[in-house]
Design a protein around this ligand. Structure first.
Ligand SMILES: Nc1nc2c(c(=O)[nH]1)N[C@H]1C(S)=C(S)[C@@H](COP(=O)(O)OP(=O)(O)OC[C@H]3O[C@@H](n4cnc5c(=O)[nH]c(N)nc54)[C@H](O)[C@@H]3O)O[C@H]1N2
Ligand SMILES: Nc1nc2c(c(=O)[nH]1)N[C@H]1C(S)=C(S)[C@@H](COP(=O)(O)OP(=O)(O)OC[C@H]3O[C@@H](n4cnc5c(=O)[nH]c(N)nc54)[C@H](O)[C@@H]3O)O[C@H]1N2
Ligand code: SF4
Ligand SMILES: [Mo]
Length: 686
């Protein structure tokens, strides 16, 4: 008899859905056994945010769970191939090689490289304890959210709060700013539809037309990297017309005079020239924003991936402070809701062991960190696929291939990173291990029990690192904590948001709403900064990118997420490759295509200062002239030239937070010489 279980989706997505997964017993499994198999994934109809649906990606999770190329046994590189070995052999050999590196070069020759393949606090975060117990290099996890985080906190302090999505139906104007929410945050859509029923207008501010622009009532096409100029011009209109909330500015903010002075320097014409947005559109947007209460801004991390991305995002987030929107339910802005999860994280990942003298590696600079002279001799990759997702990926790949570097990859899929490893260790999925999950898009804390037995010999990350810890004689107790001990620790807090949430209750209910005040208006009277006020000064500025577009590299490349992939996760599913058009495409405005001498459907070479890739061109009137868009961090294996789009991107960091600049790349497009073949599908089909 089939049965349904409710489990939280572990993927790096603000929605943290409660999934309803149907399991059927007595079915054949890829490891040759018979047993329970996940056959269907939908959303929990009773979860207020999930509302009964899973996204277009995760409904296909069973294909990834039972993928014929999923590693199920420890693998060891032998020449160009892998051979299956036992766990004991794998762990003994890795421990031995690690001991040799430690003796010869010390712990600062060891680096972990991880991100959010799972958002679980145990398998995603607590496992860093092993490296901190070793005294290894510290990885600064900057690839996604730190530019935005630093920008938010510059004005609003920490923790970082956002508007409760459940309050969005109150809003009468919604600005989706640098976010393709219909693809990347799809469970916000029902709340926006309710707002629209209540009379709300929805505006999308983004350089190219996506599903989100088509859903919105208006699409404002903005030149990449110029959001601060648009905001300053809007603020000028708002201040000049007296649409600011003087009372709120006085009571809850500081530095608003400086902000006003900066805004006054931005007449509509100047902003139009910089942003490409017509003066009439800017004025109308400013008036609508200044005159509508409540108004809600959903800002994405996407728009931070520029040299001045921190400054630009910060500019956007100041709008609701000037108009006092934080006082109203449904008013304000959201970048993340994660700050509301005020867990006791003091010993999470054994971060209490990090010393001031510990060396740091910014994860956006992996390519440089793997240069031989940097002296890293052991790299452990988990929850991450750097050969595809990290900037300047061809240099990353060269680094991973170094003979004098031990590369261990813990994986659920034979990613291009795993294919370059010395050892591949098969990892369990969220169906097979227990974990606890917060969210960056809503306010429900969740717990998943281990539900299915691991396929083959897959093991949780936490098991692997505890086994290695024992072999190396590490005595740090947090490294060996059980799930129960970790949960006890995380919930050991007096913070009112966690009041009444015990480990027993969380385990019993699976998903629990934080105990937030109702209505939740975290910035109604100020912010958790030193002064208790929102800092509007120094005012944001408009700055042009130093990575210039010029005669040689005339176009700006954006590489935002694809609808059917989650970063590179799902990139090995044939059906989702097909749903995305079979291969990556470069979207170009017809005018730019004509100038480059390429037509719709042609293969073209995209060249940046870092490297070049081959992509098929698709013409689109929806792209702002001067911009090229390649959606999705496709596996190189799906591209005609076998290369990730990150061959083109650079290690350059953002102005704030040491973040990534994936949308900052200047490129040229040229007709491809010679005939390219469409990618031969090199994944085994399911
Ligand atoms: N389907 C799907 N969902 C995902 C992901 C995925 O890969 N696929 N990834 C997940 C992850 S890890 C994250 S961080 C989030 C990211 O999701 P978002 O926060 O939505 O960020 P991005 O999609 O990177 O960028 C969003 C938009 O920013 C626009 N943009 C780029 N530069 C600028 C600019 O200078 N100004 C403005 N106004 N807009 C600009 C891009 O055109 C793009 O449409 O999504 C998560 N959800
Ligand atoms: N050009 C360009 N590059 C980008 C982006 C972009 O917009 N443009 N987006 C950036 C962003 S926002 C992000 S967040 C990063 C994301 O980059 P990554 O964090 O690398 O995300 P994924 O590519 O999804 O790869 C996650 C891997 O973790 C594995 N995994 C999942 N769960 C587990 C587990 O429990 N144990 C182990 N051992 N492995 C597990 C999955 O199988 C998968 O291969 O990419 C960045 N790269
Ligand atoms: S990827 Fe996001 S939208 Fe899709 S099921 Fe997971 S949490 Fe929900
Ligand atoms: Mo991300």
């Amino acid at each position: 008899m089939p049965r349904d279980v409710l489990l939280t989706c572990p993927l790096d997505c603000p929605d943290a859905c409660r999934l309803k997964i149907t399991l059927e017993d007595g079915l054949e499994l890829p490891d040759g056994r018979r047993g329970e198999r996940a056959v269907k994934v939908t959303g929990d109809p009773n979860h207020p945010i999930t509302q009964g649906f899973a996204c277009a990606k995760t409904v296909h999770y069973p294909l990834r769970q039972y993928h014929p190329e999923r590693p199920l046994y420890p693998l060891k590189r032998v020449g160009d191939d892998f051979e299956r070995i036992s766990w004991d052999q794998a762990l003994d050999e890795i421990a031995g090689r690690l001991r040799a590196v430690l003796e010869q070069h010390g712990p600062q020759a060891v680096l972990r490289y991880n991100y959010a393949g799972t958002m679980g606090l145990r398998e995603g975060t607590h496992v860093h304890a092993f490296f901190r117990a070793l005294g290894a290099l510290e990885l600064d996890e900057t690839i996604c959210a730190t530019a935005g985080g630093a920008a938010w906190s510059a004005s609003y302090g920490t923790p970082r709060y956002g508007v409760d999505p459940e309050d969005v139906p109150e809003a009468r104007l919604i600005l989706l700013w640098g976010i393709n929410s219909l693809s990347t945050h799809s469970h916000l859509t029902p709340w926006m539809k309710r707002a629209r029923k209540n009379g709300a207008r929805i505006v999308h501010i983004d350089p190219y037309q996506s599903k989100t622009s088509l859903f919105a009532d208006q699409h404002v096409k903005i030149r990449p990297g110029t959001d601060a100029a648009l905001v300053l011009a809007m603020l000028r209109v708002i201040f000049e017309r007296g649409l600011h909330d003087a009372e709120y500015l006085e009571a809850a903010t500081e530095g608003w005079e400086a902000l006003r002075a900066a805004a006054l320097e931005w007449p509509l014409e100047r902003a139009a020239e910089v942003t490409g947005v017509p003066t009439g559109v800017i004025e109308e947007l400013a008036l609508a924003y200044g005159q509508t209460t409540p108004s809600y801004i959903r800002v994405g991390y996407g728009m931070t991936r520029h040299e001045h991305g921190g400054n630009n995002l910060r500019a956007v987030t100041l709008l609701p402070a000037v108009t006092g929107q934080w006082r109203h339910r449904g008013g304000g802005a959201t970048m993340t809701t994660s700050g509301a999860f005020v867990l006791n994280r003091k010993r999470l990942g054994a971060q209490h062991l990090v010393r001031p003298q510990t060396g740091h590696v910014n994860m956006n600079e992996l390519a440089s960190a793997l240069e031989p002279e940097r002296g890293i001799h052991a790299l452990f990759v988990y929850n991450c696929n750097p050969a595809v997702v990290a900037p300047d990926s061809s240099r990353v790949i060269r680094g991973l291939q170094r003979d004098d570097l031990l590369v261990v990859v813990l994986e659920q899929a034979m990613t291009e990173t795993a294919r370059l490893a010395d050892y591949v260790l098969p990892a369990t999925t969220f169906l097979e291990h227990a974990d606890v999950y917060t969210s960056y898009g809503h306010h429900y804390l969740a717990y998943n029990p281990a539900t299915l037995p691991p396929l083959g010999e897959a093991r949780p990350n936490s098991w692997v690192f505890a086994e290695l810890g024992r072999r190396l004689g590490l005595e740090e107790e947090t490294l060996y904590w059980s799930m129960e001990q970790l949960l006890e620790e995380l919930l050991d807090t007096d913070h009112p948001h966690l009041r009444g949430i015990t480990p027993e209750r969380l385990r019993r209910e699976g998903s629990v709403r934080l105990n937030l005040p109702a209505p939740f208006l975290p910035y109604a009277h100020g912010a958790p900064t030193a002064s208790g006020r929102i800092r509007l000064s120094p005012p944001p500025r408009h700055l042009e990118a130093s990575e210039q577009t010029d005669a040689e590299y005339p176009l700006r490349l954006l590489t935002p997420p694809a609808h059917h992939f989650l970063n590179s996760t799902y990139g090995n599913l044939e059906n989702l490759n097909r749903a995305e058009g079979g291969e990556p495409h470069a979207l170009l405005h017809p005018q730019d295509a004509a100038a480059a001498g390429v037509g719709d459907g042609d293969y073209a070479t995209l060249t940046s200062r870092q490297g070049s890739v081959l992509r098929r061109v698709r013409l689109s009137e929806g792209v702002l002239p001067g911009v090229v868009v390649v959606e999705g961090t496709w596996w190189g294996l799906s591209a005609p030239d076998g290369r990730s789009i990150n061959t083109l991107t650079s290690e350059r960091l953002t102005d704030l937070g040491g973040g990534s600049t994936f949308h900052n790349t200047a490129v040229r497009v040229t007709p491809s010489l010679g005939r390219a073949e469409p990618p031969t599908q090199r994944f085994e089909t399911v």
